[in-house]
Design a protein around this ligand. Structure first.
Ligand code: G3I
Length: 455
């Protein structure tokens, strides 16, 4: 009996061992002989020059080989995407032509075996709008009034300088002729940067508008924190105005004597250091001091938001009326005109301008820029916004052109190329408010300005 059991146990054991050997035998017939082909998904994130593709690969694949072509037979493979090797399961296909259909396929590989081709997918890149170049019309050649630009002396080189001298007949220093860069200490002045602007203007038959003798935002600290008496402060500012106006006498045509004296909350007189130490009538004193230094210089008041802030406009007009009634010298009025494509309206602009024209003063649109991105919804200028900007520049020029000729002082654009606009730093967002691209080529805005001149 026992023998029988022994034989049975031996039989079971030997069968299990044989089965074990078989199951572990390196029977190459279990090795996969094919890899499943990847499954390509729809292309995504399609742009004018790229698209993304992804696929369902296989766990055994170690890499994928991708073909991209412009025909569905893959006879026109792109050189960069001919069996392009990648280990992940997605790819951004780049360096493509716009408005072109591309075809994609791929295989999987484990280093030895390569799968069949995947399904094919196609993607058509977006059409890239390439605007026609704007016509090259030099504004100074067609305008019947001075066309100005705000500049910084250090930028006046090469093609930049040529664009300025070809296009413009007037210059305003964006910074160099303000009190803070000029007034180093009592009796000490830095006229060098301003003189550079004047020299450039003289060499290019351009006028210079001085900006600005007195502005609460450009006050050197020794003036802002003046510790002497009010009489001594008055002597300090009178001497400053005399010396600066004297320095530029016969070289420039006009000054913004006082800039932005009225506030944004009802047009009240700002409580600047000038008002605190010279009294509420400090504006009249500054205009008189400037006239004492130069009997021929044109004396302007300059401010912003005057097209639509009626409180501020009325405060400025009241000052003008008071000056004219008292015989305080004033020759011109500056609308800074920092506006947008949709605001203020043509009606608002015309109404405000008409009120100043009625005073008989010369009118300066002194710091024109026209925002296209006030709501920060653009990362690049769109064609529609650029065309709206063109229309607004045309509108502004047409309004100015309807001012009586003897009262048309100038239109001055507050900067040359978009990347240099103060608005980017001020608002902390992208903006393209000016007439020239960063490569100095004219924008539709420039065409709009020229169209306004034709009316
Ligand atoms: O030139 C110096 C440079 O040497 C220095 O390294 C640098 C660092 O601080 O500052 C440079 O000066 C800057 C200057 O622009 C020139 O780029 C001043 O800091 C900066 O405050 C000055 O900003 C100007 C601003 O007025 C204040 O003066 C803007 O460019 C100018 O567009 C802006 O213009 C004003 C008008 O005068 C009045 N109406 C509003 C308009 C916008 O604020």
């Amino acid at each position: 009996m026992i023998k029988k059991h022994m034989y049975f146990i031996i039989l079971i054991l030997s069968t299990s061992i044989i089965l074990l050997i078989i199951s572990c035998s390196d029977d190459s017939s279990d090795e996969p002989t094919t890899l499943p082909a990847p499954i390509l998904l729809e292309a995504t994130a399609i742009t004018t020059a790229s698209f993304n593709i992804s696929w369902i690969g296989s766990t055994v694949a170690t890499q994928y080989l991708i073909d991209v072509a412009t025909d569905d037979q893959f006879s026109t493979l792109l050189s960069n995407y001919n069996q392009f090797v990648i280990t992940s399961e997605s790819l951004q296909v780049t360096g493509l032509e716009d408005d072109t259909r591309y075809y994609v396929r791929l295989t999987a590989s484990d280093g030895t075996i390569t799968s069949e081709f995947s399904n094919m997918r196609s993607a058509t890149t977006e059409f890239e709008f390439v605007p026609e170049p704007e016509p090259e019309v030099f504004l100074r050649d067609t305008a019947k009034f001075p066309v100005g630009v705000a500049l910084q002396a250090g930028r006046l080189n090469g093609a930049y300088a040529s664009r300025v001298s070809n296009e413009f007949s007037s210059i305003t220093g964006e910074f160099e002729m303000k009190m803070s860069p000029i007034f180093q200490a009592e009796g000490s002045y830095n006229f060098t940067p301003g003189d550079a602007l004047v020299s450039f203007a003289e060499a290019n038959d351009m006028q210079v508008h001085g900006h600005a003798l007195v502005w609460h935002n450009a006050v050197p600290s020794f003036v802002q924190n003046f510790s002497g008496s009010d009489e001594e402060f008055e002597q300090l500012i009178r001497t400053y105005i005399h010396d600066v106006v004297n320095h530029y006498k016969g070289k420039i045509i006009s000054w913004d004597v006082v800039n932005e004296a009225f506030d944004d909350n009802g047009g009240n007189l700002r409580n600047s250091v000038f008002r605190q130490k010279l009294g509420d009538d400090y504006l009249a004193k500054c205009f008189q001091w400037a006239r004492e230094a130069d009997p021929d210089i044109l004396l302007f008041y300059n401010d912003y938001n005057l097209f639509f802030d009626n409180s501020k406009l009325n405060a400025a007009l009241a000052m003008v009326a008071d000056f004219q009634q008292r015989g305080i010298p004033i020759d011109g009025f500056g609308f800074q005109a920092h506006i947008g494509i949709n605001f203020p309206s043509e009606t608002q602009i015309r109404s405000a301008v008409d009120k100043v024209v009625a005073t008989g003063l010369q009118v300066h649109f002194s710091e024109v820029d026209i925002r296209i991105n006030p709501n920060n919804d653009l990362t690049m200028p769109s064609s529609s916004r650029l065309q709206a900007q063109r229309a607004k520049y045309k509108e502004v020029v047409e309004i100015f052109s309807k001012i009586p000729k003897e009262q048309q002082f100038a239109i001055t654009i507050w900067g040359l190329i978009d990347s240099q606009t103060w608005l980017i730093d001020f608002w902390g967002q992208p903006e393209w408010p000016l007439m020239f691209n960063n490569d100095l080529s004219p924008k539709p805005a420039h065409t709009g300005f020229a169209e306004g001149l034709m009316e």
